[in-house]
Design a protein around this ligand. Sequence first.
Ligand code: NAG
Ligand code: NAG
Ligand code: NAG
Ligand code: NAG
Length: 511
Amino acid sequence: MAYSCRMACTSAHHLLLLAFLLFILQHSHMPCEARPTYLNNIIGTNDATNPTSSEVLLQEAKTVTNLRAFFQSIVDLLHFQNATQTAGHKNQLDFEKESELEAPEKIIDTSGAGFIYNAENQVEQEDANTDEAAAEEPHLLMPFQKPASTPGNCKTGNYIDDCWRCDANWQDRRQALASCAIGFGQYAYGGKDGKIYVVTSNNDDIRSPSPGTLRYGVTRSEPLWITFAKDMTIELKGELIVSSYKTIDGRGAEIHIVGTSQITIEGVSNVIVHGIHVHDILTSGPHHILTAPNLRTFRGSSDGDAIHIKGSSNVWVDHCFLAKATDGLVDGTKNSTNITVSNSYFENHNKVMLFGASPKDDYDRNMQITVAFNRFGPGLTQRLPRCRYGSCHVANNFYTSGWGLYAIGGSEDPTFLSQCNRFVAPDATNRKEVTSRIDDDGPTFGGWQKWDWVSTGDSFANGAFFTGSGVQNASASNYDRARSFVPRHASWVAAMTEDAGPLNCVPKSSC
Ligand SMILES: *[C@@H]1O[C@H](CO)[C@@H](O)[C@H](O)[C@H]1NC(C)=O
Ligand SMILES: *[C@@H]1O[C@H](CO)[C@@H](O)[C@H](O)[C@H]1NC(C)=O
Ligand SMILES: *[C@@H]1O[C@H](CO)[C@@H](O)[C@H](O)[C@H]1NC(C)=O
Ligand SMILES: *[C@@H]1O[C@H](CO)[C@@H](O)[C@H](O)[C@H]1NC(C)=O
């Protein structure tokens, strides 16, 4: 038996042995790698030139991991020979890491700016929607079809919530939520016409997930509306790679995604993430992860974002709690577009939301992003959001607790339409400015004075001010690509964002 096995398996064994020897040769003089980014952020202060014993341990652990990943790729090749032919699935999207592209930031001096918006001169938004009756029919700029199956109408003024939240049978009509989005991500279909998939276990196996786990659900080929049987904390062992036409719907349970890895929405479309907590996220990898039935993909080290959107469109993040990650909380990069981030609660994080990762990515000019009805809590430093090249509609958000550096930032001539937000500045006297223009050595398109950034209907408190540039007429066609809905008057913002973050939904009752 042993002899015949040796005959049969001989080529595989030789291949493995050869690979092993090559690997050892290649890595016996591995140069010191840069300090892993998550250590910089989380541990903080150690001198990178004087490696601590934990770094040495980490280095060793990394070598073992790399070795394992290398073997795994050979085993995978033998097991899944036709995996790479899986129709339509991109598995070679290995872009550079955002963290590797970033140089220290140079803030552009805008002190001579011609347009300053503050509490004294704030512009009333003429067409801001203050009509109580209009709560019944969302006042949107893009065509919108209200689902016939949602009788609930809370009349809070929050267009999204009013569309479904007062439906006492929300749990029987979960999929109606998909028709309630607003803004550029409003057509995110999620798993709307798919089956309901119930997560019953918090286990996570990145290579062979079992039915009943979240990872099994997000890697299926068909549309799925994913729900949870009970409260759970899921510690991801590697990136949760979500495929197209999926909704992750945390309503009815308290769901925490924590630990070692991120939610990755990459090279796909039509994903909805609703009602979950994502926090304390680190980087993970390199390793192999199941990304589709019968397909394991090699993944290098992840960025460590909470929700990472790359090369994807039609994505809606709603009513999530997002805090503490290694990189961003919601980052949209590499030709992503049609994204809405709404009704979410953010706290305790440095780089909150980035749309457009690099001055090299000029195709991000196509990006259209809506950031609306969110509540920005304490401990946030910057990027609420930051945009490069694209068009960002920032409307009806409540900045309750200031910011460490700035709220709205950008480079490479992004267009900002800031409407009907409530900005409460931090106490620090030199941090009152909402805006920041950052010179990252990319193209400037004639200088920051030409970038179209306008504030209209915003409400400023504690000395907050917004520096405008470019065309200062929010109705002008320059802002058409950034206009995605008609917001409510800023005086409604506190009430409309009161329930930002996951809702406490009880079956047979309203959320
Ligand atoms: C390989 O592909 C064929 C047809 O494309 C399929 O029937 C078979 O199940 C696949 N094998 C594996 C291991 O995925
Ligand atoms: C960006 O995406 C659009 C469609 O989503 C596509 O037409 C275009 O070719 C993409 N550009 C790049 C540089 O990938
Ligand atoms: C984004 O949405 C617009 C408007 O619905 C649509 O015309 C466009 O094709 C979408 N782009 C992508 C890449 O899905
Ligand atoms: C602003 O732009 C709109 C649309 O082009 C135009 O009708 C209006 O007159 C402009 N307002 C001012 C003050 O220029």
